[in-house]
Design a protein around this ligand. Sequence first.
Ligand code: GDP
Length: 593
Amino acid sequence: MAMSVRSPFVVVMGHVDVGKTLLLDKIRGTSVAYREPGMITQHIGMSLVPWPAVERFAGPLVDRLKLRGRIWVPGFLFIDTPGHAAFSNLRKRGGSVADLAVLVVDITSGLEDQGAESLKLIQSRGVPFVIAANKLDRIYGWRSVENRPFLFAVEEQEWHAVATLEERIGKLIDELSRFGIEADRYDRVRDFSRQVPIVPTSAVTGEGIADLLVVLAGVSQRFIPRERLQVADGPARGVVMEVKEEKGLGVVADAIIYDGRIRKGDVVVTAGLDGPREARVRMLVMPKPLEEMRDPEDRYMAVEEVRAAAGVRIVADGLEGVVAGAPIYAVWDPQAIPHVQKQIKEEIAEIKIESDREGVIVRADTFGTLESTILFLRQQGVPVRKADVGPPTHKDVVEAVLSRRRNPAFGVILAFNVKVPPDVEKEAASSGVKIIKGEILYRIFDEYIKWSHEVKTKTVEQILSQLTRPAKIQLLPGYVFRRSDPAIVGVKVLAGTLKPGVTLVKDGREVGRVMQIQKQGKPVNEAVAGDEVAISIQGDVIVGRQIKEGDVLYVYIPDEQARQWLFQYKQHLREDEIKALEEYLKARRRGSG
Ligand code: GDP
């Protein structure tokens, strides 16, 4: 089969407001201004930046870095939608369709929450990346020249502007090192296989855009295996980015084709919530070349065939219910359809989780977000019992209840980007199942961690409230108020905590139950080491017979509880309580031995 090399897919990630959208606009603008006339640079959902356009735009930098004639990637396909959801939906079995990522950070504020989350996502999918340290023009005293390469710009600044820049970059490097990432300003990177390049950019002035594109080319050639970019001439392989209703067309799927070809009339196999779907392509839609795009209403054209790499709108009957992040494969040989269906079925089964182990319940809106949510939770050490696409159901609530029986911190449904039906919400509330929902993964996760700590604390508190606390007391001479029925005596708590209801023992033998504790004439709920109190003892006990003034008594603790104290909850006992417990156990052993 004939092979050719395609452009790598590049995805832009980062915290909100760091300039992702503006940076993409600037890159697109550059590509439009410097492209060959007639060249199609717009795809569905992405934009092509041809390498020759970069060479024209960034000529002096390309020469300075001695890259002219040495770049074999044909260009870059930038995914138009920046951010987490798009990146997640670029999923492919065992990795990502994205070949490269640009992590954009605001140079004046560093990584930030969603930046950190993006970073973890990129790492979890094993995608090579570069960092754009954006808003370079905001560096105090920086003098900008439109579209100038950073490498030239930095040489013409006042020393204090460069110093400020260096300080910011230094901070960023420190921050990244906390994620186990070694990074440096791109022109100082010695070993690209160890260090992530940082490219200062400004999406407003265009400074550093040339550097970013050139560094992306370098990183592509070094870190994307050439085989990965080789496309065959066979049936298309792609991934669904978005499914939507389009006026006059019905339900369409915007897909990214990373290998092969798709033709009008082809059968495609993809996946919905309930398994594989088959559809016949009625129409393939691409944006018109710029020159022909006169009326903004009339931006699209139908094409007969699309080759990888491409972003294309697929119009076909039977795409209702197809889920973003699903694979989409063209099938040319009708006999191969069952085989491809089986492949897709297996692939979907790999994303979902259905088990009876202990863990949380996860719901997400697409296969892509589901997979990245699971990956993220796994990295954080949170087990998942069940994970599926779509809104939470009654069955999920039941599953959460079952999971909670083993561990109260798993009685929870994490709902990412999905609406929770009101009746499910109600049922969850009445069965005490927590639902945590949201559009930002780390926020859901943080809330879960907070909640699970609360649950754990509450559970421990509940268990502790049912355990008898150890205590050692002594009958004070001269303080016998009543000899029996009940006996009322003055005691000193020598160690531990004495509470009403406990049983007292002397030399391993039961004495009676403490009914009330009074301190200075008032009933109290407990007495601690050092307290002198009066207690009433119910039982077959007469002071002077079974117990005498000056006697030392212990609180009776069942063996099972003693074990729990020692092996599970020792940290919840005070030093003097531990001492009382140990003495009590020693006395017991002597008594029974
Ligand atoms: P996104 O949320 O990451 O897509 O960020 P946007 O591209 O929407 O940008 C957020 C804000 O930052 C907008 O007001 C932009 O004009 C501004 N902005 C983006 N890039 C730059 C930059 O390089 N320099 C300056 N000064 N402002 C920028």
